[in-house]
Design a binder for this molecule. Sequence first.
Ligand code: MN
Length: 286
Amino acid sequence: MRICRFGDDRLGLVRGDVVADVTDALSMLPPQRYPVALGDQLLARLPSVMERISELETHAVKFPVRDLRMLSPVANPGKIIGAPVNYMKHLEEARLDPKIHHQNKIEEITRVGVFLKASSSIAGCGEGVGLKHLDRRNDHEIELVAIIGRRGRNIPVAEALDHVAAYSIGLDMTTRGPEERSLRKSIDSYSVVGPWMVTADEVRGPAGIGFELRVNGELRQSANTNDLILDVPHIIAFASGFYTLHPGDVIFTGTPEGVGPVQPGDVITCAMDRIGAMTVHVRHDP
Ligand code: MN
């Protein structure tokens, strides 16, 4: 199932080029009482919401996908986890280019582990990216995103994919500079997730997914998840060895070579096998 959020916090079911408005399925979520449970309530109740979506589809109002402003499929991620330098060729380019490494020591993920981005940096492709520090280089990083559906800690590699509810395309936007990744990658709208989430049963695993990113039509990044240094099950096992993963936690799995700067007015297009394609407009948002 392809599930999107769009417009004024509407919930949609995507079928080809058409979206059915199934917002009424959100009535499956329990009434909230303070304090709310950690994580995202839609992802925590996804199986029952999906059942209700199926019932609602036939009589739902339908819209063409292209008419809708897509929001992040996860509204309230508790954590946005990032995997640094998780493709060998990106490790090489980052080590060689001072405009990327800024004297930071670049090491592969098996030595540095994972990092966190502020949950307030989440955005949908329809919201676009607002660049903040134009005196810095602001780079695109396309990545496969895994969305957690089931809580877990110390998750074994062999069970890791049972905890993934869905996959999306991610843009881990990055301001280059000497500061910690968690600061430079946490600017509002610097974690684009979209255009929708495709449930794990439909994706059939995170391996062998080809993807590409273009800026104003020019090919910048092209790779396949088979080239990940630490694959999705190992990232989940590793991260959950440090903290509990909750429904709605979003994992950016790392970007391949070809990262580069974007400017206000640029248009980023991303395409990923088994997920879809999204267009992201870049603007200045001081
Ligand atoms: Mn990244």
